[in-house]
Write a protein that binds this ligand. Structure first.
Ligand SMILES: NC(=O)c1ccc[n+]([C@@H]2O[C@H](COP(=O)([O-])OP(=O)(O)OC[C@H]3O[C@@H](n4cnc5c(N)ncnc54)[C@H](O)[C@@H]3O)[C@@H](O)[C@H]2O)c1
Length: 352
């Protein structure tokens, strides 16, 4: 069959499914696209009912990474590693090391077409272990020559996106004039809350972990339950916990005017973008908003740029989002559709 442009949008270039030689665990590495450059995407170590569910996740997440890289203007494509742990399976230190070496061997066999980083279930220290088998592992700790934890850079990107979103939705990028509900106060959400407080914004925040209340106290924010936060009567909702928070059930309960946050995969389904659009809630696509960490890490570690050059790329999130929101407004489409078209066009151009 002759490959067409449509095929390159949906087909992965290379997918490896391997039983780890040391761990006997199923390892999936999906390389979605190298049209713009080396494919990148984190290593997910998570429980799945069946390894095929891990394969499905790897295919979906690697395709989303292609969009994320294209929208971030990175010379990279999308990939993903998934280690599918059987239900209830735990790993001791030796077992973890074994599976990370197995992952490193699979990546080493890809001749540099793909590099991995941290994701759900893995962190910078795990990248050091993978790097014992392949050089294609980034986001290692600073004392191992890497750029370390990316959450603060992700938060900087979120702030850039919030400026652009407020300018489009409210006619002013001034955050001190706006109210925000930050849902999830983990590594990224905690930074975002502090930065919004520094900008003089009015704040509500919540987390399933009551221990995070100290962060709201320090930021002068009001504490709310996760549900109270989600449905707060604020200008902007900032999803910073897990994905899937915007659904056909939750959208009718929202009282915000706009949404932008770092949480990945905020929409439970593509059609939920239409529901937000119908309600007049302006949603900033998470693939654009959450890219700060990967932009910084790849710029510094893979492309050997200075921190100053990386910072310029990071601030570019604001202009990218502005372009997407303007396109969506001009064409009457959703920001999700505008972002997808933009990304696919860049990837197609890269194939030519
Ligand atoms: N860390 C990064 O650089 C980065 C980069 C891109 C995207 N993201 C995404 O941003 C989100 C946050 O990442 P993180 O690194 O801060 O994670 P994290 O694990 O440090 O924090 C997540 C927080 O959400 C809270 N939480 C979990 N379920 C919740 C719920 N139902 N309601 C309210 N709070 C809940 C947790 O208690 C925790 O405090 C994730 O979706 C992640 O995939 C993170």
């Amino acid at each position: 069959m002759v490959a067409t442009d449509i095929d390159t949008e949906v087909m992965h270039e290379h997918v490896v499914v391997r039983r780890g030689a040391r761990s006997s665990l199923p390892i999936v590495v999906a390389v979605h696209s190298t049209a713009l450059g080396q494919a990148i995407g984190g290593c997910r170590l998570a429980h799945y009912p069946h390894w095929r569910d891990g394969l499905t996740d790897a295919l979906r997440l690697s395709a989303a990474m292609s969009d994320k890289c294209a929208l971030a203007g990175l010379p990279n494509g999308g990939g993903k590693t998934v280690v599918a742990l059987p239900p209830g399976r735990t790993l001791d230190a030796a077992g973890r090391r074994a599976v990370l070496h197995d992952v490193g061997d699979v990546i080493a066999g890809l001749a540099g077409t793909y590099a991995t980083g941290p994701d759900v279930g893995t962190g910078p220290a795990d990248m050091v272990t993978i790097a014992e088998r392949t050089p294609h592992a980034f986001c290692r700790p600073v004392d191992h020559g890497g750029s370390g934890d990316s959450s603060e850079h992700t938060a900087v990107g979120v702030l850039a996106a919030l400026h652009a979103l407020c300018a489009e939705r409210f006619g002013s990028a001034d955050l001190s004039a706006r109210s925000f509900a930050v849902l999830g106060l983990g590594r990224v959400g905690g930074h975002v809350l502090r930065m919004l407080a520094d900008a003089g914004a009015t704040l509500i925040a919540g987390d399933i972990d009551e221990g995070r209340r100290t962060l709201t106290d320090a930021a002068g924010a009001a504490w709310a339950s996760p549900q109270g936060c989600l449905t707060a009567d604020v200008d902007v909702l900032v999803p910073a916990a897990l994905g899937g928070v915007l659904t056909a059930r939750s959208v009718p309960t929202l009282r915000c005017a706009a949404i932008a946050g770092p949480a990945n995969n905020q929409l439970d389904a593509a059609a939920t973008a239409d529901l937000l659009h119908e309600r007049g809630i302006l949603w900033a696509p998470d693939v654009v908003v959450s890219a700060g960490g990967i932009i910084h890490a790849t710029a510094v570690e893979l492309h050997h740029e200075t921190s100053a050059q990386a910072a310029v790329r990071l601030r570019g999130i604001a202009s990218t989002l502005t372009d997407i929101l303007h396109t969506a407004r001009a064409t009457g489409s959703t920001p999700a559709d505008a972002a997808r078209s933009w990304a696919r066009q860049r990837i197609r151009d890269g194939h030519r």
